[in-house]
Each structure stands twice: as structure tokens, then as C-alpha cells.
Design a protein around this ligand. Structure first.
Ligand SMILES: [Zn+2]
Length: 417
């Protein structure tokens, strides 16, 4: 019975003689077992400094086990003699629960015949060394083919390895927080990130991505954790609407792609603070941009339209049944896949636009273009061309005759600020 975790030992007697505990949390292997030829059960604690380990008698010697935070991988074992508190953290929850239940049985002197106990041999260096949490691989030679990636990695960079797709072993690194796969030849992204529940930063710059699958954006793990996404220097012509469902996104970098539009629902990215879309083919921005409150925005080098001509129709187009259904599906965020709906209906749904009133519309709408000063939506604004312009055309859609007539009366009545 073994447990790998971090341990801090506090001596309860030291404060009574006015001394401070100086113990630091150390990577530790805890074991419960018997010495060969002995019947006494021990708790053994091995660290890199002390591989032979300190041993504590278990039977009638455990004063209390504090397990209130066991679901966070934390617990404290209060030993009677010597008077020490063993504070456990960063343990696997399930293993910790098992370990503590065996410890309790042992402390009460109950039979542990069915449990595999340790022989209390000194720990191997592999088991007590601090696990590797960062790894940078910058060439194919360094790429692990026959060995596994260290399982406790929190930061992983794999660059210049000509990766065509993401290695499935990477998607099983449960502790991964930052993943950088820039400078490869990735063409598609995997759709299952459910085994990397803490992933908050993904860098995919300088690859060959030409599509971001909606499924990538619709994963609940990424929707709840992803804060940084860099898709710069790829071949993207369109970003899926679903990218706006990545609700925690703070930084979005999409520089130097082939994008003609930003997603019309981009205003939904409520946490977005840093947006960079330099060197694309964007001619107008979607109206929902006005809902963003950014720190910085950089749209340099896009061919924004210079002359704006609006001609609004006198009459609003008739609303079709398909338009009605599509508006309802988007409004209520009804989930669908290509298997449920004919592909041309999916395309129709993908062409959603956002009216200034906040409602969705599709082809049964009228559009108009107006100028937006970028300083209305961001604190720090970069010019969009060499002339220093910071005004860009904003393409807006009107979803109903009411919205149309209100707009005609006062184009700024709907300005959401
Ligand atoms: Zn409207």
C-alpha cells in the first residue's frame, strides 16, 4: 500500500517551546507495511533526502485523521508518538481515500489480510524525485517514441517536430495546463480534450490548420478552462461560430490567416481582453464587436472597406419558415449535428448574424455599414494601416421591420454601450 504525494511534517511540541516549524513540503512516498519478520504495522515516509524513510507505529498510535479536503487530494494524519502532524497534499484522490481507510483499519488493530502491504524497503530514487512538470521538445530527435511523456506534465511544448496530428498520448496528460504545438504541420485538431481537464492555454501558431471543427469548441472541458488560444500563421478562412462558446477565453490570436470575417457572435466572448487579427482579409467587422470591452486590439494590415454606401430597402423581406426555425434554434441554443440535419440547413445555421437588438437573423434581414472607432471597444488600439486609421467599417444586420424603422429614425439608438 503506497501513496505518492507532497508531505509537510509539523512537530506539535515545537510551538510549546516557542520554536517555529521549519519543515517544507517535499515530494514523498508514503507506505503502510510490515518489516520482514515483524508483526507490527508501520507508516513509512520516504523522501529524496531520506530514502530509508522515517517510520511510525500505526496500531493505537494514530490520534486523528483529518480528511475534510480529501476530494482535493489533501489530508492530515495526527500521530501520537512522536507528536507530529503529517500534512498530505497533491495526492490522487482515490488513492488517498484507499490509503486512509487502510490506515484507519490498521490503527484499530483490524485484520489487513486481504490488502497488499509494503515490505518497507527504502524507496527507489524514481519514486521520491520531484516529478517533471515542464517539458520542451524542439526537434524530432528529442520526441519520445518508445517512452511515455512524464505523466505529471503541466507545461508541454513540442515544436519543429513535423507533427501532422496531435499525439493521443498528449491528450491523456491529466495535469496539463499549457500546451504549445507551434511550428509543426498540424492540419486538424483532435475533438476530445476530456482527459485534460485543466488545459487553459493552447498555442497552435505556425501550422497548416485550415479548419477549426465546431466540436473542438463545444467541449465542456475547454469551454470551462481555455483562456488563451493562439491560431496565428495558419490557413484558416473561417472561424466557426462555436468559437464564441469558449466562454473563458481572455486572449485570442488569429494573426496572418486568410480570414474574411470574424464570427458574427464574437460579442459573446465576455471575458475576452486581448484580440489580435493582424494580416487577414477582413473587410468589415461584425456588429456584435460593440459588446466587447477589450484591453488591446490589433487589426493591422486588413483590407478594410474605405467607402461605405448604404441603401436600405423600403420594405423588409418576408420571413420564411426556415428563417423562423433557424432563429429559434440559435436563440435557444438547440444542439444539433450534421447527422440530425441536412447539410444545407447546417450551412444556413452557420450563417447566423446578430441584429443590433441582440436577436439572431439569417437571410431574411437587411444590412448596413457604419464606422466604428476602435477606441470605443478597447483601451489600447493599434492603427489598422500605415495612415494611422483607427476607424473601421462595422457591418450590422437588422432582423425585423421594427428594427429597420428604428434604425432609420436613429442609427445610434441601438448602440450597445
Ligand atoms: Zn433586431
Amino acid at each position: 500500500m503506497r501513496l505518492t504525494c507532497n508531505v509537510e511534517v509539523l512537530n506539535r511540541m515545537l510551538p510549546t517551546v516557542n520554536m517555529k516549524n521549519k519543515s517544507k513540503s517535499a515530494h514523498t512516498q508514503l507506505s503502510i507495511g510490515k518489516k520482514p519478520g515483524s508483526e507490527n504495522l508501520f507508516l513509512m515516509m520516504c523522501t529524496a533526502k531520506d530514502r530509508n524513510g522515517a517510520k511510525f507505529v500505526i496500531k493505537d498510535n494514530i490520534e486523528q485523521v483529518f480528511a475534510r479536503f480529501v476530494s482535493e487530494g489533501k489530508a492530515t494524519i495526527r500521530v501520537k508518538e512522536p507528536p507530529q502532524d503529517i500534512s498530505i497534499s497533491k495526492a490522487d484522490t482515490l488513492q488517498l481515500k484507499n490509503f486512509l481507510s487502510v490506515l484507519r483499519l490498521g490503527a484499530q488493530g483490524k485484520s489487513l489480510d486481504n490488502i497488499t502491504l509494503s515490505r518497507l524497503a527504502p524507496a527507489s530514487s524514481k519514486n521520491v524525485e520531484k516529478p517533471k512538470t515542464r517539458l520542451i521538445i524542439n526537434s524530432r530527435k528529442e520526441y519520445p517514441l518508445t517512452t511515455n511523456f512524464p505523466s505529471r506534465l503541466e507545461f508541454l511544448q513540442v515544436s519543429q517536430c513535423r507533427l501532422k496530428k496531435v499525439d493521443s498520448r498528449i491528450l491523456k496528460l491529466h495535469h496539463l495546463v499549457e500546451l504549445n504545438l507551434s511550428e509543426n504541420v498540424l492540419e486538424i485538431l483532435p475533438e476530445d480534450f476530456s482527459n485534460v481537464p485543466n488545459l487553459s492555454s493552447v498555442t497552435l501558431a505556425h501550422n497548416n490548420l485550415n479548419i477549426i471543427s465546431p466540436k473542438f469548441c463545444l467541449q465542456s472541458t475547454l469551454q470551462n478552462t481555455l483562456r488563451f488560444l493562439d491560431l496565428g500563421q495558419n490557413q484558416l478562412e473561417i472561424l466557426p461560430l462555436q468559437i464564441c462558446e469558449l466562454q473563458c477565453l481572455v486572449t485570442l490570436k488569429i494573426d496572418n490567416n486568410q480570414l474574411k470575417y470574424l464570427p458574427p457572435t464574437i460579442g459573446r466572448l465576455k471575458c475576452l481582453k486581448y484580440l489580435s487579427a493582424v494580416g487577414n482579409k477582413i473587410e468589415t467587422l461584425p456588429a456584435s464587436m460593440t459588446q466587447l470591452q477589450l484591453e488591446t486590439i490589433d487589426l493591422y494590415g486588413n483590407p478594410f472597406l474605405q467607402d461605405i454606401h448604404n441603401s436600405l430597402p423600403d420594405r423588409f423581406p418576408d420571413i420564411t419558415l426556415m428563417e423562423c426555425c433557424a432563429r429559434s434554434i440559435r436563440k435557444h441554443r438547440v444542439k444539433y449535428t450534421e447527422e440530425d440535419l441536412h447539410s444545407h440547413l447546417c450551412r444556413y445555421l452557420d450563417s447566423a448574424r446578430l441584429c443590433w437588438c441582440g436577436g439572431f437573423c439569417f437571410r431574411c434581414s437587411v444590412n448596413f455599414t457604419t464606422n466604428l472607432s476602435l477606441s470605443r471597444i478597447a483601451h489600447t488600439v493599434s492603427a489598422v494601416d500605415q495612415l494611422g486609421r483607427t476607424e473601421v467599417p462595422l457591418m450590422s444586420f437588422l432582423c425585423s421591420p421594427q428594427c429597420l424603422s428604428r434604425f432609420q429614425k436613429n442609427p445610434y439608438a441601438y448602440w450597445k454601450k
